[in-house]
Every structure is written in C-alpha cells, then in structure tokens.
Design a protein around this ligand. Structure first.
Ligand SMILES: Nc1ncnc2c1ncn2[C@@H]1O[C@H](COP(=O)(O)OP(=O)(O)OP(=O)(O)O)[C@@H](O)[C@H]1O
Ligand SMILES: [Mg+2]
Length: 214
C-alpha cells in the first residue's frame, strides 16, 4: 500500500475538491503514480477527471490524473483501489456525521487527514469537533486554511483560534476568484505556466509530501 491522504471536512464548500485536484496534479507532475478516489456521490472530483481525460485526448502533455469513484458504504472496496498507487488522494462528502464509521476508518487507513477550512467562526464551529474526534483516535490531521485574506483582522483572529485547537498548515490558500475556471476543462491552476495562486498550491503540496514521507 502506498501513502494515503484523506481530504475531509464536515463543512460543505470549504475547498475539499479544489484542494484534492490540485494535490493530484502536483503529485502527477512530480512523476508520482497518484490516484484519486471520490467518495462523494456528487462526483465533483470524478467529473473533473473525466473532463481532464477529454482535454488530454487533444493535449496529452497535461499530467495524468486518474480518479475512481467509490461508495462510503463500501469503504473497504474503495480503498482496495489504492493498493497499486504510490499516493492516493481521497475526496469525501461533507456529511461526516452521517458517515462517521466509514470516514473514521478511512482516516485510520490514511497517513494524513487534510481538513480545508475557511477562516470563519462557522467553519471553526464545524471543524473543531471533527479535529477532536481525529485527535482522540490518534489520527494525524492538519487544517489547511482556504479562501484566506491576510489583510483582514478577522483572518488573523480566526487563524489564532484554529491554531489553539488544531495543527494548521503554515501555508494558506488565498481567495482566488478564478480557481474554478480551469476546472471546466478538467485542469487546475497548476496546469498553466503562470497563474495567480499557483505558489500556495505548490507549497501545500510540498508540505503534504514531506508530512507523509514521499
Ligand atoms: N481559494 C478559493 N478561492 C475562491 N474560491 C474557492 C477557493 N476554494 C474553493 N473555492 C470555491 O468554493 C466552492 C467550493 O469549493 P469545493 O467544491 O472545493 O468545496 P468542497 O469542500 O469540496 O464542497 P463540498 O463539501 O460540497 O464537497 C467552489 O465553487 C470553488 O470554486
Ligand atoms: Mg467536494
């Protein structure tokens, strides 16, 4: 079994799928044999990967990013997909409470749980209990701040609150209005030679890579 990174947060729209696809592309560009598993019935990550395959048929230079879908009810079967990959990135739905046993087991089988969080009190209210559950189960987890705006005082205040209850990634992803644009072609900001917002995603990848020992 290779390394497994679980992207999970009970808060909807916190950036799980965006982060998962940027990590997939980073890993693939680094030459790793990486696989995405989409446990979200919405299939956001899987649909993105299907669009990517269509784009790659014309532009094969874009890095391969294979994503398979799986059901939380059959998390074991889903994880078997990970057996041959050097790295597996798992995207999950926000409904952690409704699937606690399955998502907890995925966390146990993972080398790192990444919890994307926007810097708002609502996110902290939602993420805090999940961090506690993971801590009690001795799972390694790290919060990645998303849609961050360093110029606001609320960002610093919320970051301060999170640092007290969780391990927080030293790099945050800023608010990037265009982060969704490349997705319509199955791409990410990392697929372009220069685009605003590339660096933080590269740095989060470097951090994650070191944390899981790849
Ligand atoms: N850093 C960012 N800057 C601007 N918009 C962002 C950023 N990150 C995510 N978004 C946008 O926020 C929305 C939610 O992101 P995403 O789908 O990744 O969240 P999610 O946690 O996977 O949601 P869900 O819980 O529904 O699966 C998307 O429209 C996405 O484009
Ligand atoms: Mg999602």
């Amino acid at each position: 079994m290779g390394k497994i990174v679980l992207v999970s947060s009970p808060k909807g729209g916190s950036g799980k799928s965006v982060l998962a696809r940027h990590l997939l592309v980073s890993a693939s560009q680094a030459g790793l044999d990486v696989l995405g598993i989409d446990f979200d019935r919405q299939g956001t990550l899987e649909k993105w990967a299907q669009r990517r395959e269509v784009t790659r048929a014309t532009f094969p230079d874009f890095a391969v990013a294979t994503v398979k879908s799986a059901r939380l009810q059959d998390w074991r079967g889903g994880l078997r997909l990970a057996e041959r990959a050097a790295l597996t990135i798992i995207d999950t739905p926000p409904s952690v409470e409704d699937h606690l046993p399955a998502i907890s087991m995925l966390a146990e089988m993972s080398d790192l749980v990444i919890i994307p969080a926007v810097c708002t009190q609502d996110d902290i209210d939602s993420v805090g209990p999940w961090v506690e559950v993971l801590k009690k189960r001795n799972e390694r987890s790290v919060v990645v701040l998303n849609r961050a705006n360093r110029r606001t005082t609320s960002f610093a205040r919320m970051r301060g609150k999170l640092v007290k209850i969780a391990d927080v990634c030293p790099v945050e992803i800023p608010q990037l209005e265009d982060v969704h644009v490349p997705s319509s072609k199955g791409l990410t900001l990392l697929d372009y030679s220069k685009s605003r917002g590339q660096e933080p995603f590269e740095e989060v990848w470097a951090y994650v890579r070191r944390q899981v020992g790849l």
